[in-house]
Design a protein around this ligand. Structure first.
Ligand code: E4P
Length: 215
């Protein structure tokens, strides 16, 4: 499973790259709004350091404007993937952009049919938001399973990004069902490294090492 970082924070991205577990990055308007750098400087800098796709969201709502905005964003770097919400206007834009070779990550996906339509239109990625479904008492991971089954049935060349991940268990579940990609907030990635028994075990080994006799 590829791991993307769900953040626009350069420090978090640099750390994950140092750990060797950052295959890409997803941003959205909320994440970008938390950063001090202007958008026009932030995105190229993220693209410069990330060794993979960087999703950047188009905020226009009409097809022609989404297309124009996406072309501009795509020019920022060859890593850029355009995030487009799944709407009627979004779908029209996805088709045009896909024909131009611009990669699209269809976002705010909450149903298997939204994913099917996006893939048929030519989206390169779809992002089911599982945490937001869990929040309203729908099991988000079932949506991921359904989308994967549909894509497998028809051989769509569209990768599933498990998004809106809230905790390490989501990451475990995503990898057990064989999701292509999970996009993970940095605190969840940190938690994924940790186990209390590892800390206790390491402390004991270090204490015992101090007692070892040397020549
Ligand atoms: C995905 O691409 C989104 O940026 C993100 O996962 C949304 O997560 P949230 O529901 O925690 O805002």
């Amino acid at each position: 499973m590829k791991i993307f970082l769900d953040t626009a924070n350069l420090n978090q991205i640099k750390k994950a790259i140092e750990w060797g577990i950052c295959d890409g990055v997803t941003t959205n308007p909320t994440l970008v709004s938390k950063e001090a750098l202007p958008f026009e400087e932030l995105i190229p800098e993220i693209c410069r350091i990330v060794p993979g796709p960087v999703s950047v969201e188009a905020v226009s709502t009409q097809a022609e404007e989404i297309i124009q905005e996406s072309r501009g964003l795509a020019r920022l770097s060859e890593n850029v993937v355009i995030k487009i919400p799944i709407t009627e206007e979004g779908i029209k834009a996805i088709r045009v952009l896909a024909q131009e070779g611009i990669k699209v990550n269809t976002t705010l996906v909450f149903s298997p049919l939204q994913a099917l339509v996006a893939a048929k239109a030519g989206a390169r990625f779809v992002s089911p938001f599982i945490g937001r479904l869990d929040d309203i008492c729908h099991e988000g991971m079932i949506l991921v399973e359904q989308i994967m089954a549909i894509f497998n049935n028809y051989g769509f060349d569209c990768e599933v990004i498990v998004a809106s991940i809230r905790h390490p268990l989501h990451l475990v579940e995503a990898s057990l069902i064989g999701a292509d990609i999970a996009t993970v907030p940095f605190p969840v990635l940190e938690k994924a490294l940790k186990h209390p028994l590892t800390d206790v075990g390491l402390e004991r080994f270090l204490q015992d090492w101090a007692k070892v006799k040397h020549k």
